[in-house]
Ligand binder design. Sequence first.
Ligand code: COA
Ligand code: AMP
Length: 632
Amino acid sequence: MTGAASAYQTAYADWRRDPEAWWAQAAEGITWERRWDRVFDPSQGPYGRWFAGARLNTSVNCLDRHVAAGRGDQPALIWDSAMEGRVETFTYAQLLGRVEKLAGALAALGVGLGDRVVIYMPMVPEAAIAMLACARLGAIHSVVFGGFAAAELAARIADAGPKVVVSASCGLEPGRVVAYKPLLDAAIGLSPHKPDACLILQRAALEAALVPGRDHDFRAAEAAAAPHAPVPVAATDPLYILYTSGTTGKPKGIVRDNGGHAVALWNSMSMIYGLEAGEMFWTASDVGWVVGHSYIVYAPLLRGCTSVMYEGKPVGTPDAGVFWRMIARHKVKVLFTAPTALRAIKQQDPEGRLMQGNDLSSFQALYLAGERCDPPTATWVAERLGRPVVDHWWQTETGWPITAGFRGYGLFPFKPGSGGRPSPGYDLHALDDNGAVLGGSTTGNLALRLPLPPGCAPTLWNDDAGYHRAYLSDFKGWYRTGDAGTIDADGDVWVMGRTDDIINVAGHRLSTGSMEEVLAAHPDVAECAVVGAADALKGQAPLGLVVLKAGASRPPADIAAELVALVRERIGPVAAFKDARVVKRLPKTRSGKILRATIRALADGQSPTIPATIEDPTAIDEIRAVLGSAGG
Ligand code: COA
Ligand code: AMP
């Protein structure tokens, strides 16, 4: 066994021997207002709670303590906007100053302990400042990704019930300015819950009109506010809610607590990414996703690192060399991004020419997540970079990687297509459909033996029963990840795909069920199916097949175009729903179940085994013919 493998195995065995002692040790990295009564209390919540009885403030752990320790002049956050063509650096002292003031502004609007604040913002530093300001007050933020439409934002406002919404006048996408304010106004109109106030950051590209009495200018409010002191909260109090796609149209409100989150993320920075205070970390994602919450904002700041925040795309802003120039410019040590970003770069610069001429000497490792990295892309980038490329698997619910390669242990098993080994803290197995543990590299339902480690969602917002139903009820004593996969003889994990209707489009998690709900609402649609078809750039792309009602008045191509527009309007551009096709019938079993897996396989150009229970085999021939044609 190599030294690296044995360092990992020792850590994993130590954790397994005494999980509570292991996590208590990690918790020494956090500054507590009051230490815990119990490291783990199994009597609370759906499966127990970590650090019961402890008190802390997450913003103190991200900011104040680093300033107190002499890191005040070290950059905490570097914002690099390819869209605005400018870079802004915030030292720890400056970031603390901004957060204290914004917390004061939110408090002046009535926000206090336990109140919710929805944050609907583009990739600007004020998004991170707003998150940290909520943490300072003990308020619960809920960030909504900017690519969602008004109806999705409304659903989140309705469920979270925010006192205040923090937003911006606009976002900047290549070739277009996205006016956020009309979307926010529409969402507030749609939601039965109305916030008391909105704080609007005016961006130069497009200023928004403010609603008198409700809307306030972000900068003016911040400037006028008195700095606010941190409010200690219970370790088990929620830090944030992040809505994610579930198996129905209704998004799930994933809850993250303060204490377990701080411990797990602080620990992951050294264990997984091998980074210590003062080092440069760049996560090219969006604060609207869990990756952005954990690894743009909280984890690097908890550890005292410098976090790079990027507003732009991997290609086209202005070219496919921007990632390499960013690494050189900011002396990035570790980059974390989604495989789709690399596929976009590879597509435009297959020889990696734009990598050359950049000083990448600071660069140590590339981490990938959001979807499984296809082996050709992993190999392409590993060969060109000559650095470890680590695919690591996790989900919004867990908040930090379930499996990974570990810079902290020097362990990078490069097996393109595999997601690495379980992180200490996760007892991962593949189970058969009856919940029996499978061995010998057999594919099954990937499940985690309870309790989940610190940092993982303890529950859903206001919905313990929903949490139980969604994750704990299928296999007693286990958390069902919703992914299928296998664990090989070395202990490396291969995640093969979801067992439910969730698809991953450009690393964005979407529910085909929610798209079907939108299609089914069209007056001419009798029935429909949406599947995730393989896509060379985005990994998966949604494909909708619809059967029209008898007597539908307009040409099928017009209806298909309306359906594309409808999904964009109801869910948002992020759904990337561009392909709706009209068919005479959907393939179904005799009991009426739509054969979605068969449709997906056909869309991927495979020759699936057609189930013997199929109602009408000619439906398959029609799907083949329609998929082979130009669409519409
Ligand atoms: N606000 C408003 N609109 C947004 C948005 C935002 N924050 N983010 C994306 N959109 C829009 C895009 O403009 C695009 O609109 P269009 O249909 O008018 O072109 C649509 O949503 C789809 O966006 P995206 O999936 O990002 O596709 P793209 O074609 O713009 O870019 C990639 C393709 C591969 C470059 C891009 O998907 C990418 O950078 N992916 C990385 C993904 C990532 O970081 N995932 C996070 C998980 S780690
Ligand atoms: P999200 O909650 O948006 O982070 O999406 C989580 C889902 O994305 C997981 O359940 C997986 O299906 C998929 N996923 C994320 N990272 C990986 C990875 N490295 N390998 C395989 N699948 C992944």
